[in-house]
Design a protein around this ligand. Structure first.
Ligand SMILES: [Zn+2]
Length: 243
């Protein structure tokens, strides 16, 4: 079942519940009408509750980039201060996992340990779990210019729904972290190419920028990044429910 159909089905249940309320309360119609209007308004602006999310059965696949023998970007190589991209990616992903699970959304992680995964394994996990959304988490590097900084959200060219999903992630991520937005990028990334659901890859920041690297390694900032992605996911789900 597509995400929109799930949300439409949920909206139908809500409508039926409102009808039930108005029928049982028909003796005091004016009061009940006020109540219903208020409820309707809340419907459009509020996030789904934990119970509603659980009932909808929304599944998000989180993909912490790299792992195991593939460290991703490396800073301070061959020193005691060596930093691997894969470690930042998993740290953010685990916080995001907890936030989503706490709000009743099912989460499937492509990896929870420091293990190597092929790119194809990552989207196959998303497809075989019939996930509603796919988010891959990475950190950027640009050796030629350490002043370059900011976050980038990538989607596969031509995937309108992924682009729309990405816009929510991008604006919520920037709002939560205060990072410089490097705008959305349509990029032919293998990990996004065969995903059968709205799929994005978030480059959280540049490890080659000293200030940004300090932030990326900071647990509070990691929380802010996870919260940004979480807010983007829930805002997208809410938007889709209004279609
Ligand atoms: Zn990466």
């Amino acid at each position: 079942m597509k995400i929109k159909d799930k949300l439409r089905a949920a909206a139908l249940v809500t409508t039926l519940l409102i009808c039930a309320v108005s029928v049982t309360g028909c003796g005091e119609s004016s009061e009940n009408e006020t109540e219903i209007t208020t409820y309707d308004k809340k419907e459009n602006t509020q996030q789904y509750t934990k119970e509603e999310n659980a009932e909808l059965g929304i599944t998000v696949v989180i993909d912490p980039g790299h792992g195991g023998s593939d460290p991703g970007n490396i800073m301070f190589e061959d020193t005691d201060d060596e930093v691997y991209e894969k470690e930042i990616n998993i740290a953010v992903a685990l916080v995001l996992r907890d936030m989503l699970e706490d709000s009743g959304i099912n989460v499937v992680m492509t990896r929870e340990e420091d293990e190597f995964l092929y790119l194809s394994t990552r989207y196959e996990i998303a497809n075989s779990n019939k996930a509603d959304l796919f988010v891959s988490i990475h950190c950027n590097a640009y050796e030629d210019d350490e002043s370059v900084n900011g976050a980038e959200v990538h989607y596969y060219p031509g995937s309108d729904e992924s682009e729309k999903f990405g816009e929510y992630i991008d604006s919520a991520f920037i709002e939560s972290t205060g990072a410089n937005s490097r705008e959305m990028k349509a990029t032919k990334l293998v990990v996004l190419s065969y995903a059968e659901m709205p799929a994005v890859l978030v480059e959280c920041g540049f490890m080659t920028n000293p200030d940004e690297l300090t932030s990326l390694l900071d647990s509070e900032y990691q929380h802010d990044m996870a919260e940004g992605i979480f807010n983007g996911i829930t805002a997208y789900l809410n938007e889709v429910s209004d279609v």
